[in-house]
Design a protein around this ligand. Structure first.
Ligand code: ADP
Length: 260
């Protein structure tokens, strides 16, 4: 009996070992597939703006003399916009690496919200005309406790998304509305746009890495990293960020502690 039991145990161990190996091989293959998919997606996202830049530059070189100033300006603006897009994309890739390796060390400085919103608006100016954004802090806003550069990147990512997804024909209405108010020990920033919005079922998932809502969103440059980075950064500063249901467009709520 003992022998049979030992035999059965040995073959069970072997089976588990084998299953373990099969699982390890499957995981390795899956990791390799994801790595390849990520590389393809990154290469695509790097190439798209480069193709636009190269096209605009060779147009200017070849026909620049025959263009009127407005046409030249338009081409130069393309170069500027696409270079800015590349820059943001690379910042996000670096940020993701830092988040994943746990090397984000957020400063706990007193940050003036109006100042950091101003810097973020400047950075997205090539893709989002400041006249299409309304920023209205309520009352006397205290400084928030956080890291200027991380908060700037969070705002840039949210604004960049608004520019990307909230395209409307109505050119006069503000595309993005930012409000900020004190709520006890916290400052709440609401950032809403009037685009297609985020379906209720996706409000949480949009913060997952690589998650993109609509099939059409995949055709726009982007990796699905922006909001994951926003959440990582805001949490590193001791705050929270979520997307909330809204009857009109996307609506993000960022809460950060008041600086003491
Ligand atoms: P990316 O923009 O690179 O795809 P994000 O993490 O910034 O990555 O966003 C994830 C997804 O959330 C987007 O692909 C899009 O489907 C959706 N999304 C984000 N912001 C908005 C917005 N302002 N309006 C509509 N959909 C949005």
């Amino acid at each position: 009996l003992l022998e049979t039991l030992l035999d059965q145990t040995a073959s069970a161990i072997e089976r588990v070992g084998l299953a373990g190996k099969v699982e390890a091989t499957r995981l390795e293959a899956e990791t390799e597939r994801l790595r390849a998919a990520l590389l393809t997606s990154i290469s695509h996202d790097l190439r798209t703006p480069l193709v636009s830049i190269t096209g605009a530059v060779s147009s200017l070189r070849g026909y620049g003399d025959s263009y009127d100033p407005a046409q030249r300006d338009e081409l130069l603006r393309t170069v500027e916009e696409e270079a800015a897009r590349l820059n943001r994309f690379i910042s996000n890739l670096l940020a993701m690496t830092r988040l994943e390796s746990g090397t984000i060390d957020a400063a706990h400085d007193a940050v003036d919200l109006e100042e950091v919103v101003g810097t973020a608006l400047e950075r997205v100016r090539p893709v989002l005309d400041p006249s299409r954004i309304s920023f209205a802090p309520e009352g006397d806003l205290p400084a928030v406790r956080g890291d200027y550069l991380l908060l700037e990147q969070v705002l840039v990512n949210l604004l960049d998304n608004a520019a990307k997804y909230a395209v409307t024909d109505e050119q006069t209405a503000p595309l993005v509305t930012i409000t900020a108010r004190r709520d006890g020990d916290v400052v709440q920033i609401d950032l809403a746009d009037n685009g297609p919005g985020i379906p209720a079922a996706d409000l949480e998932r949009v913060f997952d890495k690589f998650y993109r809502v609509r099939e059409g969103d995949r055709r726009r440059a982007g990796t699905g990293l922006g909001l994951a980075i926003c959440r990582g950064f805001v949490e590193a500063m001791g705050g929270t960020i979520k997307a909330v249901e809204s009857a009109n467009g996307a609506h993000f709520v960022v809460r950060l502690p008041v600086s003491q």
